[in-house]
Design a protein around this ligand. Structure first.
Ligand SMILES: [Zn+2]
Ligand SMILES: [Zn+2]
Length: 294
């Protein structure tokens, strides 16, 4: 190679180094899941390989209504319903989820929600689109609302960010009629009955005439016990909504050994929040410390 070539080459490598330098300033730690250097300039701090890891949930036995997976048909009645769905007369009509709340999908959701990496909304909503039921029609989409105070603390409503691309894709309205009335305690660590009590009267529907008689798709990030989705569905149904289908990214899979760790072991994932994020467990600690968030 001549001197001119190496000059051009070195200028090119300076340019590359500068680009890489600026890029590294934005994402100094590489992929937030696997630590490999990020090769493509993107606002998403997760590599393509990690984004392709989450797999759809597979189950041989599951509840016909909430689609909770089971190891056998034993917990299901002759209608194929689980005990929780049998108990709750007012319910969502169907629930769909992309995958299990574990492994890379769980890490991605936690990074999005608690690590406040809003740019993950796009890649994550692609999983929601994959889980959309092909054989059902909807008139409106509702994102699981957050209490204004919680949303102010987090800076965004993760369900809304996930629901926007789905609404756009299907040309549906993102209805804002469902509201969170009370600042509920964190649901993590509560029993199903405790969750129901905690959520009682926590939702309200404004301008019910806008969604009465409609088929609504209710979107949230994680299906834990379904209590929040049931409470929201009950509010929608009492406002006259004809049908509520729930769509979540992930569901807690009772068949997995780590299923009940839920969101409380955030520190063990190694995903440190960017800045000082108030996590669900922080909020609960505050409450139990007597600061009285309510
Ligand atoms: Zn990676
Ligand atoms: Zn069920």
């Amino acid at each position: 190679m001549g001197p001119g070539g190496s000059w051009a080459n070195s200028r090119f490598s300076v340019l590359l180094t500068t680009t890489q330098f600026l890029f590294n300033l934005v994402f100094p730690d590489g992929c937030r899941l696997c630590d490999q250097p990020l090769l493509n300039v993107s606002r998403v701090p997760v590599c393509k390989a990690c984004l392709s890891l989450p797999q759809p949930l597979q189950a041989e036995f599951f509840c016909q209504t909430c689609r909770t997976p089971f190891l056998s048909s034993y917990p299901l009645d002759h209608d194929g319903q689980c005990a929780i769905c049998r108990e709750n007369a007012v319910n969502f009509d169907f629930a769909y989820s992309f995958g299990s709340y574990e492994g890379p999908l769980r890490k991605l959701i936690q990074l999005f929600k608690y690590g406040k990496v809003e740019s993950l909304a796009g890649p994550l909503s692609a999983f929601l689109l994959r889980a959309m039921p092909r054989d059902r029609n909807f008139d409106a989409i509702v994102a699981m609302p957050m209490h204004w105070r919680k949303q102010w603390e987090r800076g965004f409503n993760q369900a809304e960010l996930l629901a926007q691309p789905v609404a756009r894709r299907y040309g549906l309205r993102l209805a804002t009629n469902l509201r969170r009335k009370r600042y509920t305690l964190s649901q993590a660590g509560l029993s199903e009955a405790g969750r129901r009590q905690n959520l009682k009267g926590s939702f309200a529907v404004t301008r019910p005439e806008e969604i009465a008689g409609k088929r609504v798709l209710l979107i949230d990030d994680v299906f834990t016990t379904g209590a929040t989705l049931r409470a929201a569905s009950a509010a929608l149904k009492s406002a006259g909504v004809a049908r509520v289908s729930a769509l979540t990214l992930a569901r807690v899979d009772g068949r997995a050994p780590a299923a009940m760790n839920l969101d409380t072991d955030f520190s063990s994932t190694g995903l440190a929040p960017l800045g000082r994020a108030l996590t669900e467990s922080d909020a609960r600690r505050k409450v139990s410390a007597g600061s009285g968030i309510r």
